[in-house]
Design a protein around this ligand. Structure first.
Ligand code: G4P
Ligand code: NA
Ligand code: NA
Length: 190
């Protein structure tokens, strides 16, 4: 997506050699027109698959997952970040470490919204090490749902997340791949 690459070059800033600030596009502000384009692109890439649900993790994955779900005409489910100590016996929970925040969080999805008859498309904003993604993939497996694949807006391909998930045999479609942030420069993969 050339439009997305242009916007990243214009609006992103390099925080460290492995973290890119994307607040203007993904993590603090959302451009509805650009986000709908992203959703249509994911829907196009998975058009031949009969998706019954789109799934993401709150919070920054929600706008693009919504755009995808709207285009496909299916519901969107977002995994919650558990903040309560009250156990929900009907919830599927996984503990995931967070790369940027340096903390561990629990994500959860109620079994009510993810069932063995679902074929799900997992949409997310950024993939780094893939810990959050692996947690949600485990939840999808434990629900007995089928995973059609992952749609990622920005894959940092110099980190292992996307590659290791593909090595598990899961389809991963990224709108842009960033090969490096070295030397204060954003280098896209060709
Ligand atoms: P992953 O499993 O999704 O690959 O990510 P990882 O655990 O490594 O990182 C956890 C959080 O850090 C995720 O956000 C992810 O989007 C974010 N992140 C990783 N690398 C970058 C980066 O270079 N830039 C930015 N802006 N974010 C990055 P999250 O905890 O799910 O939070 P939220 O944004 O969805 O609320
Ligand atoms: Na994020
Ligand atoms: Na996210």
């Amino acid at each position: 997506m050339d439009m997305l690459k242009e916007r990243i070059l214009k609006e992103a800033s390099i925080m460290t050699e492995d973290v890119l600030k994307l607040d203007g596009l993904l993590n603090h502000q959302v451009d509805p027109v650009l986000t709908m384009e992203m959703g249509r692109e994911f829907a196009r890439r998975f058009a031949e698959v009969h998706i019954t649900k789109v799934i993401t993790v709150e919070s920054s994955g929600i706008p693009v997952a919504f755009a995808t779900a709207l285009t496909l005409g299916v519901p969107l489910v977002f995994a919650r970040r558990k903040k309560t100590l009250i156990a929900d016996p009907d919830a599927l929970t996984e503990r995931v470490p967070s790369f940027t925040k340096g903390i561990v969080t629990d994500i959860m999805v109620s079994r009510q919204y993810l069932t063995p008859s679902d074929k799900v498309l997992f949409i997310d904003d950024i993939i780094a090490n893939g810990d959050a993604a692996r947690g949600l993939i485990k939840i999808i497996e434990r629900a007995g749902s089928e995973l059609a694949g992952l749609g990622i807006v920005v894959e940092k391909s110099f980190q292992a997340g996307g590659r290791t998930i593909r090595e598990q045999g899961i389809r991963v479609e990224s709108l842009v791949k960033i090969a490096s942030l070295e030397g204060g420069k954003i280098t896209f993969e060709q």
